[in-house]
Design a protein around this ligand. Structure first.
Ligand SMILES: Nc1ncnc2c1ncn2[C@@H]1O[C@H](COP(=O)(O)OP(=O)(O)OP(=O)(O)O)[C@@H](O)[C@H]1O
Ligand SMILES: [Mg+2]
Length: 367
């Protein structure tokens, strides 16, 4: 597949020193790529640079092989959907959608057809005569999406388009967006700081931290093989334990795993709660003390204390009755990831997102 959007060595540093440094990314035709990262990591800066709303200090932006750096937003073959819907309040839905087509001098009959097509795509057939104030937030965002689609962009840019909506609507709309994207073979650069959203709808995810790329990969690889401590902490729930690397092995007590990166000495071992399993009689396992059980619907989260740190384990609903509090059990890990020892790990060993505000951490912990 050929490259649609190519960003090379993009830098935009604001007077405060914040911004984006040396960002490069190629997006293929029909691909949906998500920029994911905590607040202030530079997601909007990249999107706005591609859309032409910000002038980068450095870097090359190509769409279909043509440089667009010097073009104003309206001349670029891209369209942007913002978090706030930006519909014109004094215009009907029809006029909001028809605006760009009228500018292009498209014939009236064709405009009517196209508007109908776009409303159909976002499941708002027959809404032509309504005004934005008569629509819910989700409907307004659908109209904003329809308006962007009518520009027939080569690249559709979306900056947290659903973040103002409630959780249920957000789920619905992101599924719809994914369907539209697949159906229309759209090339899309999507921004979110919601990791679940990124994991669920992207072909590839770019995890960003403080203006730089931490990892670019498929959702599955990002989840299974986080490339850095930051990614391991940021994506999904993760336990962090103390391990020791020597020769071919990484040891956590009596447990041994391959030392693929040839570390030496103390390491931080990352284990997903679903990869913590009860040891069978042959495996020795490490000792753990059950401290707390939290029911979470179809599964429970059991808090454990070990000599290597505290951790959490997911247990199926049907198996919960086997566990008593303050019980000694033996566990092993289905798979682990190891990182050079990191003093930033929260002292209770459980995943904490380090450079977020308390409110943001609460949001992530709920998710
Ligand atoms: N116009 C500006 N002037 C100065 N600094 C800015 C400006 N715009 C953004 N920044 C800073 O640049 C950094 C990146 O901002 P950006 O808006 O790209 O982050 P973001 O990842 O989109 O965050 P959020 O998730 O909160 O939207 C932040 O530290 C921000 O404070
Ligand atoms: Mg932003």
């Amino acid at each position: 597949m050929s490259t649609c959007l190519s960003i090379t060595n993009l830098s935009k540093v604001y007077p405060t020193g914040d911004g984006v440094k040396g960002f490069s990314l190629d997006i293929k035709n029909g691909e949906m790529v998500t920029l994911l990262g905590p607040s202030g990591c530079g997601k909007s800066t990249i999107l706005r640079s591609v859309g032409g709303f910000i002038e980068p200090n450095e870097g090359l932006i190509l769409i279909d092989g043509k440089e667009v750096n010097h073009l104003p937003p309206e001349k670029r073959p891209s369209a942007m959907v913002f978090q706030s819907y930006n519909l014109w309040p004094h215009m009907t839905v029809f006029n909001n959608l028809a605006f760009s087509l009228k500018l292009k001098k498209v014939k009236k009959a064709e405009i009517v057809e196209k508007v109908k097509w776009a409303l159909n795509l976002v499941q708002l057939q027959g809404y032509e005569k309504k005004y934005p104030t008569e629509l819910s937030g989700g409907q307004q965002q659908r109209i904003a999406l329809a308006r962007a689609l009518l520009l027939e962009p080569r690249v559709l840019l979306l900056d947290e388009p659903f973040s103002a909506l409630d959780a249920k609507l957000r789920h619905e709309l992101r599924e719809e967006l994914r369907e539209i994207q697949a159906k229309q073979q759209l090339t899309m650069l999507f921004v979110t700081h919601d990791q679940e959203e990124a994991l669920s709808i992207s072909d590839r995810i770019v995890v960003m931290n403080k203006g730089e790329i931490e990892q670019i990969d498929t959702p599955q690889n990002i989840y299974n093989y986080p490339a850095s401590m930051f990614v391991a902490q940021f994506i999904g729930k993760m336990n962090f334990l103390k391990g020791y690397a020597q020769g071919e092995k990484i040891n956590i007590g009596s447990l041994a795993y391959p030392n693929l990166n040839h570390y030496n000495g103390n390491v931080t071992v990352a284990v997903r709660p679903e990869d913590v399993v009860i040891a069978n009689e042959i495996e020795n396992g490490i000792e753990a003390l059950t401290e707390k059980v939290m029911m979470l619907g179809h599964y429970a989260e059991i808090s454990l204390k070990t000599d290597f740190g505290k951790l959490k384990m997911f247990v199926d609903r049907s198996d919960i009755s086997q566990f008593k509090m303050q019980q000694k059990i033996r566990i092993t890990f289905a798979t682990i990831q190891a990182f050079p020892e990191d003093s930033n790990v929260h002292k209770d060993g459980y995943s904490k997102i380090l450079n977020l505000t308390k409110e943001e951490i609460k949001v992530y912990e709920k998710a």
